[in-house]
Design a binder for this molecule. Structure first.
Ligand code: 13P
Length: 299
């Protein structure tokens, strides 16, 4: 065990901390984490852990979700610059203006949003429960923010009228249908597994569309020996660990999220040493955002 890893283990005990890592984190960060998962699983873990301190190895909205669900805990984000351009594509004023134009619509916000946007929404969703969340609502019209590709994926599986926001994940957006077809020609036996943040034509051409957690489950259970993966490259680590006998190829070399790559072991050690940067959602915003997240967790 390296000195740095030993220091992190020691600090974790002293601070009564847990390290939660998203599936897109660097391999070494995933290896040191107490729990690795998709957005929904990270939220659930943060809501129930007994630890006093949560190090969220991910991006800001994930740390905010942990703070909203577990306000008594100290939430550390190892790099305060780790943001999400998709979450930044909508702010609360713009959402309020759009809501006023669709007064009969329910607002469903993707978890990739700021806390105040969650507070202005009826319910939150992640990529693993978006269809079920939309189906659970009595309204026929749904204002779905901010990912238009996830909105389009949801629209395929519900009878509801989905009004999408015009945001997209810059990393998933890079994957083109042409790339998918070329990759398929190079690996004709491989199943194509993609994230619903991919463009609609890419999602339609795939064999399976799901959250990072769902992709991991699908790959474990499938009888196929080869897979083309259409989501951020960090997931390859778990895919390979879980399935040493199977082969995984990235659908596009562009599938790298620069924000997810900002977290390192050095920054995790430093944040546990200094107990900062802390992410704390103020109570007025938190209590409103909590309703949207809690409603999601109940679906
Ligand atoms: P998952 O919920 O599938 O892990 O997605 C997280 C994410 O932020 C994708 O951009």
């Amino acid at each position: 065990m390296s000195e740095l890893v030993q220091e992190i283990e020691k600090l974790k005990k002293e601070r009564q901390a847990v390290i939660l890592a998203h599936n897109y984190q660097q391999d070494a960060v995933q290896d040191i984490a107490d729990f690795v998962g998709d957005s929904l699983a990270l939220s659930r873990y943060a809501a129930t852990t007994r630890a006093k301190v949560v190090v969220l190895a991910g991006v800001r909205f994930m740390a905010e979700s942990a703070s909203i669900l577990a306000p008594e805990k100290i939430i550390l984000l190892p790099d305060s610059q780790a943001g999400c351009p998709l979450a930044d594509s909508i702010d609360v004023e713009a959402l309020r203006e759009t809501k006023a134009r669709y007064p009969d619509a329910a607002v469903v916000c993707y978890v990739n949003t700021a806390a105040d946007v969650k507070g202005e929404s009826d319910i939150c969703c992640t990529s693993s429960n978006a269809v079920a969340v939309v189906q659970s609502l009595p309204q026929r019209r749904i204002l779905f923010v901010p990912d238009r590709n996830l909105a389009s994926f949801v629209a395929r599986f519900t009878e509801k009228e989905i009004i999408p926001w015009d945001g997209a994940c810059l990393t998933h957006y890079r994957v083109t249908l042409d790339e998918l077809e070329r990759a398929r020609a190079a690996h004709p036996e491989a199943e194509v597994l993609v994230h619903p943040e991919c463009r609609p034509e890419v999602a339609r051409a795939a064999d399976f569309v799901g959250s990072t957690g769902a992709i991991l489950k699908y790959a474990r259970e499938s009888r196929s020996k080869e897979f083309l993966i259409g989501t951020e490259m960090g997931i390859l680590h778990r895919l390979q660990l879980d399935n040493p006998e199977k082969k995984f190829y990235l659908l596009s070399p562009g599938l790298v999220c620069p924000n997810m790559k900002l977290t390192s072991l050095e920054k995790i050690a430093r944040c546990l040493r200094e107990m900062q940067p802390v992410v704390h959602v103020p109570e007025t915003t938190r209590s409103r955002a909590y309703r949207a997240l809690e409603r999601m967790l109940a679906v």
